[in-house]
Design a protein around this ligand. Structure first.
Ligand code: NGO
Length: 531
């Protein structure tokens, strides 16, 4: 009898051991539900209380009424939850109060706007309500962060999939919350861009600005000027093979972004930063001679030939083709660092080019140097100055804002993700100084640019220039942990702004990034949990 019992317990122990191998023990941090509101960006309003909801094997995802877009968000949510939980989580159009409910429209959605949502969690389930599918999607990102970090592991995990009880009502401070990727200095494949889009969507970024052309490479196929991509895109910084997006590739990026509620803003930088185009077509040069391709990192040496008519055939063709393949409302025409273009030529060029963008049904965005010309009605300027930017230049931008040119803020010593964190950062640049994680977060877009009315600020954008970056690992090391801070400045009300509490929420993202394979920089000013 005793022997049999011993055998039985030995067998049990062996089985438990096997179980441990297949399903790792639950990490300590996973045992308590994440406090409601412990997410990035900070929600506009949080009321904690009541029972938590635990996602289990019988949980269903409900899309009452089941509009196509809401169903798609439900499918996305199921895709996030199934691998790590191991639950079936069927999506159903049947209404009910239990499980996870994604509810579009109705009373619960009042006052939430285009992107807002309300998340209510209690013993029987979690309901996300929104007026528009984008709101449901953002609510899903909040729900995701309320679940244990091991959710991000792509294989079954043992954890308590608990969502704290209470209500979040949330909508963004700004409509423009962007991230820019420079795919010109180094080319990034469609897969790499998609990976970044997934990361941006987690933090409710809603614009992906693609810097598609520069001295070192032209990255988008143009039927009317084919050599731009095939020749102008054939190299990159350091001399590698470069690359470009076919129209199908570009479409794929746009669709992938749209499924995550990001709009693509394509940029063709003009009249400077154009060596790749000038090298591809001799006729674009004032002297009729094509310069060689360029693989260095200097700026300000190239210019389209402003007096030449052929230049405007080129601009018209490029904008026409780009507008036709871009569903978003805006085209970015660059306009920065035109050091090889006289001021008079710069103004003349912008006077001719902005109407072309309008002719093809798009709105102009330009770097803030555009405010030194005549910004067209409806044009938007993107401010990328920094603390050392002169008062006259700042005032020129502020005056334009007062005169009706809205602004996107990307101060280089705050929002540029390519600036080194400190002197030891192995990647990145430092012309605007070092930008540590606190500095990157600790400013207010509403009052940042003196003299610019708060209502002229459309939002913020975090540019990532790629002179020194060529892999996804490089992108992620520079973007994390700074990107979530810029995302929060774009989304959260100013009243939530507080470094001391933000850094705690930021630290809680670390294990999530570990689970996702994001090699982030462990900024010393953030209290990361031990690995
Ligand atoms: C500047 C410059 C870019 C560089 C970047 C590097 C702008 C708008 N123009 O920003 O060409 O790549 O700095 O930080």
């Amino acid at each position: 009898m005793r022997r049999r019992r011993l055998l039985f317990s030995l067998l049990l122990a062996a089985a438990a051991g096997m179980g441990t191998a297949a399903v790792p023990p639950q990490p300590a941090a996973d045992r308590d539900a994440t406090p409601l509101g412990q997410v990035i960006p900070a929600p506009a309003s949080v009321h904690s209380g009541g029972d938590p909801y635990t996602i289990g094997g019988r949980t269903v995802i409900r899309v009452p009424g089941g509009s196509g877009e809401a169903r798609q968000v439900a499918g996305y949510l199921a895709g996030l939850l199934r691998p790590a939980t191991g639950f079936a989580l069927p999506v159903t159009a049947k209404d009910g109060r239990d499980g996870i409910v994604l509810r579009l429209g109705g009373r619960g959605a009042k006052g939430l706007g285009e992107e807002g949502y309300r998340l209510t969690s209690g013993g029987r389930g979690v309901t996300i309500s929104a007026a528009r599918p984008a709101g449901l999607f953002h609510g899903v990102q909040t729900l995701r962060q309320l679940l244990p970090a091991s959710l991000e592991t792509r294989s079954a995990q043992r954890a308590s999939w608990q969502v704290a009880g209470g209500t979040i009502a949330d909508s963004p401070r700004y409509g423009y919350r962007g991230a820019m990727l420079d795919v010109s200095r180094h080319f990034f494949t469609v897969e790499k861009v998609k990976r970044y889009i997934d990361q941006l969507a987690m933090y409710k970024i809603n614009k992906l600005h693609l810097h598609l052309s520069d001295d070192q490479g032209w990255r988008i196929a143009m039927k009317s000027w084919p050599k731009l991509a095939t020749y102008g895109g054939s190299t990159q910084v350091g001399g590698g093979p470069g690359g470009y997006y076919t129209k199908e590739d570009y479409r794929e990026i746009i669709d992938y972004a749209a499924d995550r509620y990001l709009t693509v803003v394509p940029e063709i930088d003009m009249p400077g930063h154009t060596n790749a185009a000038l090298a591809s077509y001799a006729e674009l040069n004032c002297n009729g001679v094509a310069p060689p391709l360029y693989t260095g990192t200097q700026v300000g040496f190239s210019s389209l030939c402003v007096p030449k008519d052929r230049t405007y055939d080129f601009v018209d063709d490029v904008i026409r083709e780009l507008a036709a393949m871009t569903p978003g409302p805006s085209i970015h025409i660059g306009g920065d660092e035109a050091h090889s273009t006289s001021h008079a030529d710069y103004v003349a060029f912008m006077d001719k080019v902005q109407p072309v963008v309008a002719k093809y049904g798009k709105k102009v965005i330009g770097w803030h140097q555009l405010t030194g010309a005549h910004p067209a009605k409806g044009a938007v300027a993107q401010y990328w100055g920094y603390d050392a930017t002169g008062a006259a230049e700042r005032e020129q931008v502020a005056a334009a804002a007062r005169n009706g040119t809205p602004l996107i803020l990307s101060p280089a010593d705050r929002a540029y993700l390519d600036m080194k964190y400190d002197k030891n950062t192995p990647l990145g640049l430092s012309w605007a100084g070092y930008v540590d994680t606190k500095r990157s977060y600790d400013w207010d877009p509403g009052s940042y640019l003196q003299g610019a009315p708060p209502e002229s600020i459309l939002g913020v954008e975090a540019p990532l220039w790629s002179e020194t970056l060529s892999t996804s690992a490089h992108i992620e090391y520079m973007a994390f942990p700074r990107l979530p801070g810029i995302a929060e400045l774009g989304w959260s009300p100013a009243s939530t702004h507080d470094w001391e509490t933000y850094k705690v929420r930021l630290a809680a993202q670390g294990p999530r990034w570990d689970a996702m394979g994001i090699g982030y920089y462990r900024a010393p000013e953030v209290p990361w949990p031990a690995k």
